[in-house]
Design a protein around this ligand. Structure first.
Ligand code: NAD
Ligand code: DAU
Length: 375
């Protein structure tokens, strides 16, 4: 079956689609939960379907406040189960897909790449196939694939990634996301599937699973545990508040041009050690600890194999074409994030019990190589 793009029909008019049904995958995860909430609250005429397998990273507590909204439907299902995806398309007339479901943690991809090949590549292909089968000519539809800047590999001290950067993925996670991006593009070229891709930098904010740097540090500070920094703590990431990413996704979905890629970033580069120090100082104030006490917990540990040195995004295309820009500065975003974790101790203790303890032990025990005295 070949879908055809209608010339000129590249951008959606929201008003012409007032009763759309949008399928969000991975909506119970970190970024997905912010995207689902935003869509449910902003577009009352839409039906928002959230398809999620509820892996260790998926958590319906993230969506407690909107679970009874009349325009929201949760569907528990796995992208690896083709029958389940077919059921979704058989039961609903899906107008658009925002595909976030993925295995998302680089360290887990290093210890077990297969799950990443399965969900990120095969799961994406299963979803593409279902969309191709359901969308006879593709007109008025769109498949929006959420990807990462990690597909572009690592930067040195200079330069930034943009939409023309070559793909050079280094980790199994990045390789699986790169493969998924290629499949999405291939479905556009080969079958005319109307797609958009965005590649975003590191997100932070409420609901992030504490395997990722910022919530892991917050949780460890609360529990007076060591703060593990890989290598020398010199790696650099470009941090974006998750609600700004959700706003960008909303805008790209509605106003982006079919067949285009958009790079999304925070313009907010931080060396890991400097970020950890900032967080320690903020947490000392919040927890009324003596100034400098959390920083003493910083511990350099064995490096992540293949650790990308630096990510940074040139987001001028999305700024210029869609008028998006980040709205939450880092001081404010970090404070909101810390406040959220301190106020949501039930959420934190729930996700850090059981399997998390095993994960943490496996990932970090025996990894210390130098106790830090930050200079
Ligand atoms: P997350 O790990 O917090 O959430 C992933 C969600 O996908 C979970 O709810 C999980 O249950 C679900 N899921 C996993 N496997 C599934 C499967 N086989 N079938 C159905 N559902 C499944 O991830 P996140 O950090 O919110 O990232 C979401 C997306 O954004 C990912 O595609 C990721 O690659 C991309 N991304 C993340 C960041 C970041 O900083 N976190 C930055 C750029 C891009
Ligand atoms: O750039 C976008 C990507 O950002 C997303 O595609 C990924 O899904 C997301 O997980 C994130 O990947 P990173 O590997 O950059 O994020 P993480 O939080 O795992 O690590 C951030 C930096 O902190 C990185 O340089 C590794 C370092 N780190 C991480 C952990 C968990 C540590 O030094 N110690 C740690 O314990």
């Amino acid at each position: 079956m070949t879908l055809r793009l209608v010339a000129g029909a590249t951008s959606w008019d929201i008003k012409a689609h007032c009763a759309m049904t949008i399928l969000v995958t991975g909506g119970a995860g970190f970024i997905g939960s912010h995207v689902v909430r935003r869509l449910v609250q902003r577009y009352r005429d839409y039906t928002i379907l959230n398809l999620d397998a509820l892996t260790y990273a998926g958590n319906l507590e993230n969506l407690k406040d909107i679970e009874n909204a009349p325009n929201y439907v949760f569907l528990k299902g796995n992208l690896l189960d083709k029958g389940c995806i077919d059921d979704v398309f058989g039961s609903y007339s899906v107008d658009g897909i925002i595909h976030l479901a993925a295995e998302s943690h680089v360290d887990r991809s290093i210890s077990g790449p297969s799950a990443f090949v399965q969900t990120n590549i095969q799961g994406t292909v299963n979803l593409l196939e279902a969309a191709r089968a359901a969308w006879k000519d593709g007109q008025g539809k769109r498949f929006y694939h959420i990807s990462t800047d990690e597909v572009f590999g690592s930067l040195g001290q200079e330069g930034r990634f943009d939409e023309n950067s070559p793909y050079t993925p280094n980790s199994p996670y990045a390789a699986s996301k790169a493969a998924a991006d290629h499949f999405v593009r291939a479905y556009g070229t080969t079958y005319g599937l109307p797609y958009i891709i965005s590649n975003c930098s590191n997100n932070y904010g409420p609901n992030q699973f504490p395997e990722k740097l910022i919530p892991l540090l917050i949780n460890n500070i609360v529990n007076h545990e060591k703060l593990p920094l890989y290598g020398e703590g010199k790696n650099i990431r470009d941090w974006l508040y998750v609600e700004d990413h959700a706003a960008a996704i909303d805008q790209v979905f509605h106003q982006g041009t079919i067949g285009e890629t958009y790079c999304i970033g925070g313009g907010n580069e931080w060396e890991n050690l400097e970020l950890a120090r900032l967080l320690c100082s903020l947490m000392d104030k919040k927890l009324q600890h003596a100034e400098g006490s959390s920083e003493k917990l910083i511990t350099f540990v064995g490096d992540r194999p293949g650790h990308d040195l630096r990510y940074a995004i040139d987001d001028s295309k999305i700024r210029r074409e869609l008028g998006w820009k980040p709205s939450v500065d880092f001081a404010e975003g970090l404070e909101r994030t810390v406040n959220w974790y301190l106020q949501n101790t039930r959420w934190l203790s729930h996700v850090t019990s059981g399997a998390y303890q095993e994960y943490y032990e496996k990932m970090y025990s025996g990894r210390d190589h130098r106790r830090n005295t930050p200079s």
